[in-house]
Design a protein around this ligand. Structure first.
Ligand SMILES: [Mn+2]
Length: 437
């Protein structure tokens, strides 16, 4: 399993500073530790943007970047080595090792941050931090208040505050070769886990047992955690888009929808497959499934540099409307159904989302109010679905409660796309064959 080289983090820090004026100071905080209950903490997962710039997994850490006249400067504030604390809670990187391991220019103990930050912000051309992070806001306000009080001693309080998020989001949206490699590995693990779930699925199993099969496969292949709460939805639970209870038994004759992906070194994968619990699609299930699959294919065929998100959504919507009209679940013409959005009763979400360090990754979907063109190096999900309300008595019973979603992870390439999760069976024949073997 390869990891992204440390030098890439240096390049990211420098690329960020290059977009800023001389004298700009960037402050980024790590994720804070959350209490789960009593004395137990939530599993710590580093903030994605902080990790993107630092490669540092530990809590209680702050990264400060200075775009000085002498070149870029990176300063890490982290926990000091502490034998007793490390015996209880685990190893720490410490200030001596940090410059060598993370290739930052300097490292200091966290306790010195407040005082050092006042010095670093003195006369800064602008202060760049994540407006979305409350603790950084407080830290910046405190430092600026101190500088203002010291103005008679010649200190200069910066007057320009800039939000870091749009800058870092725009960088994270475009994946480097190493990031693509990392995400390909994450996708491969998730593909193997979904295959395992398909091959072990049996009537009478519980949803949580199928989830356990996926999670076992994630862990055994080196994934640190899930990228999001796994959805294992048997029968009409599939019509609950964010179903995560995963505690019902899987019934003969039902479909099961699995939306699950692992995280690998802070990069997500996000796959959905829907397959029959007993290994064989019924005729109505097959009909709905084939419509979603055709919509999925139509959306994929749009993907190339210059295409926009709405191209994919529009292509999928057309196929879904046509399919639902053919079986009598929609009436009227294609155009009126598009205009009235009648299809939203069956397909109520969007075609996909950016994928990266966060499962719903950062990056603007529109630029200047219009859908932004796809560009080489972006990774998106493509995930059309049809969900037929189990309680809607106006719909013939054979269709009710069927929920199907098909989701793959797609890299936009120079000439088109690469399906990073394309090794996972998706056709009716291939799924039934895998389940039979
Ligand atoms: Mn998704």
């Amino acid at each position: 399993m390869t990891k992204i080289a440390t030098i890439e983090y240096v390049q990211r820090r420098n690329a960020l500073l290059q977009q800023l004026p001389i004298g700009a100071v960037v402050i980024v905080n790590c994720a804070s530790v959350q209490i789960r209950n009593g004395d137990v903490e939530q599993d710590y997962r580093q903030n994605s943007s902080f990790y993107y710039l630092s490669g540092m997994v530990e809590p209680h850490t702050t990264l400060v970047l200075v775009n000085s006249v002498d070149g870029p400067r990176s300063i890490l504030f982290c926990r000091s080595k502490d034998k007793l604390q490390e015996i209880w809670h685990g190893r720490r990187l410490g200030v001596d090792a940090a410059p060598k391991i993370l290739l930052v220019d300097e490292a200091h103990v966290s306790e010195s941050l407040e005082q050092k930050l006042v010095e670093l912000l003195d006369g800064a051309s602008q202060v760049v931090y994540r407006f979305s992070q409350d603790e950084t806001f407080e830290l910046v306000q405190q430092s600026l208040a101190k500088l203002r009080r010291l103005s008679r001693q010649g200190k200069v309080c910066p007057t320009t505050l800039v939000d870091l998020d749009p800058l870092i989001d725009a960088m994270r949206l475009f994946k480097s070769g190493a990031e693509v490699e990392q995400m390909t590995q994450a996708c491969n693990i998730s593909v193997a886990a979904h295959k395992r779930a398909m091959s072990v699925c049996k009537v009478g199993m519980n949803e949580y047992q199928l989830a356990a099969e996926l999670h076992h496969q994630f862990s055994i292949q080196g994934s640190q955690r899930v990228a999001y709460g796994s959805i294992v939805a048997g029968g009409d639970n599939a019509c609950i888009l964010h179903y995560t209870n995963n505690d019902q038994s899987l019934q003969d004759g039902d479909l099961v929808l699995i939306d699950a992906g692992c995280e690998l070194d802070h990069y997500a994968s996000d796959i959905t497959r829907t397959f029959p619990v007993n290994g064989h699609f019924s005729d109505p299930q097959k009909i709905i499934y084939e419509i979603v699959l055709a919509a999925h294919k139509a959306a994929l065929e749009c993907i190339k540099p210059g295409a926009v998100y709405t191209d994919m959504q529009d292509a999928a919507v057309r196929v879904i409307i046509q399919g639902l009209t053919n079986i009598g679940l929609l009436t009227g013409t294609l155009e009126t159904n598009i205009e009235n959005q009648n299809y939203r009763k069956f397909y109520m979400h969007n075609i996909g989302h950016w994928l990266g360090m966060d499962v719903h990754d950062v990056g603007a979907y529109k630029l200047g109010g219009v859908s932004r063109p796809l560009t080489q190096g972006m990774i998106t999900t493509v995930e059309p679905g049809i969900y037929i309300d189990p309680d809607d008595m106006t719909i013939p019973s054979q269709w009710r409660g069927i929920g199907v979603r098909i989701e793959d992870n797609i890299l936009v390439t120079e000439t088109g796309y690469r399906n990073l999760t394309g090794d996972l069976p998706v056709s009716v024949v291939d799924i039934e064959r895998l389940m039979a073997s």
